[in-house]
Design a protein around this ligand. Structure first.
Ligand code: FES
Length: 152
């Protein structure tokens, strides 16, 4: 049995230790905001926070999670109190097809948690790892800049 923290609550699981976290989230915990894109660590659609860092859940075996804190898009904010990055996403109307957006938001929120006032290049560098087929990168950058202002 593996115990860890999921969106602030302690949870346990008895799935095979080599199961990727992505499938545990989606299939066992029904947290389907985290998306499957490539399954091989290339696209970033599956990005979640593990101990506050943006990580690809498709590459994270469940066996590595004991005692760690996992946050998914469902645990980032609430409907009443969106996370500043989520609020900025809404205001900038970032989403087009929307498929990659939870990964984008989790990557952006981890960036701002670790670097509250990133420059343009730092934003572009951090976000280039999350592929958006709709090409929403200019709106993503604007939303992150808006979230920076909202947090300061
Ligand atoms: Fe994990 Fe693409 S699904 S990086």
């Amino acid at each position: 049995m593996i115990k860890f923290f999921l969106n602030g609550k302690e949870v346990s699981t008895e799935v095979a230790g080599d199961m990727p976290l992505l499938w545990l989230l989606r299939d066992s915990f029904k947290l389907t905001g985290t998306k499957f894109g490539c399954g091989i660590g290339q696209c970033g659609a599956c990005t979640v926070h593990i101990d506050g860092e943006a990580m690809r859940s498709c590459l994270m075996p469940v066996s590595t999670l004991a005692g760690r804190a996992v946050t998914t898009i469902e645990g980032l904010g609430t409907e009443e109190h969106l996370h500043p990055v989520q609020q900025a996403w809404v205001e900038q109307e970032v989403s087009q097809c929307g498929y990659c957006q939870s990964g984008q938001i989790m990557a952006a929120s981890a960036l701002l948690a670790n670097k509250p006032n990133p420059g343009e290049q730092e934003i572009d560098q951090a976000m280039s790892a999350i592929i958006c087929k709709c090409g929403s990168y200019p709106r993503i950058r604007k939303a992150i800049e808006l979230a920076v202002k909202a947090q300061s």
